[in-house]
Write a protein of this length. Structure first.
Length: 146
């Protein structure tokens, strides 16, 4: 292998955020491809590929849900408009905070857009830190590239 592998950071970020027990995500250290292996679907080709060279693939750990909650708190605290800041603070209390937080933002389209940009940047940072911690030489794949 020569040079860094190309990684689609949006796909890797999705894998980090996906906390489903239905499947797991693996990163192919040779190609940069993010693979999803389902517990319910039998994808023989993918399973054979992984079994043939298990050291080539690394399990992508799901993101810590506490990190996502902290992101929402930090975003809410940075809101300048007092009414929205208070609505988000209330939304973050108790069970169901993730849903309520997003529901509040539905009434504030500009802030909702800013939230998703903030959120995506945090996921990208976690993904790049993880890649670096594994010593994987990588570069970001160009948009639209397969």
């Amino acid at each position: 292998m020569t040079g860094p592998i190309e990684i689609k950071l949006d796909e890797l970020g999705f894998a980090f955020e996906d906390a489903s027990f239905e499947h797991e995500h693996l990163l192919d250290r040779m190609t940069g491809e993010v693979l999803m292996v389902s517990a319910h679907e039998d994808d023989e080709e993918t399973c054979e590929r992984i079994d043939a060279d298990p050291d080539r693939h690394v399990h992508v750990p799901p993101a810590d849900p506490h990190a996502g909650y902290r992101d929402m708190e930090e975003f809410a605290e940075a809101i300048e408009e007092p009414r929205l800041r208070e609505l988000l603070a209330v939304a973050l209390r108790g069970k169901g905070a993730f849903r309520r937080f997003k529901d509040v933002l539905c009434d504030f389209p500009e802030e909702r857009k800013r939230w998703f940009e903030f959120h995506d940047e945090r996921l990208r940072r976690r993904a790049t830190e993880w890649l670096d911690s594994l010593g994987i030489a990588w570069r970001e794949a160009a948009p639209g590239r397969s």
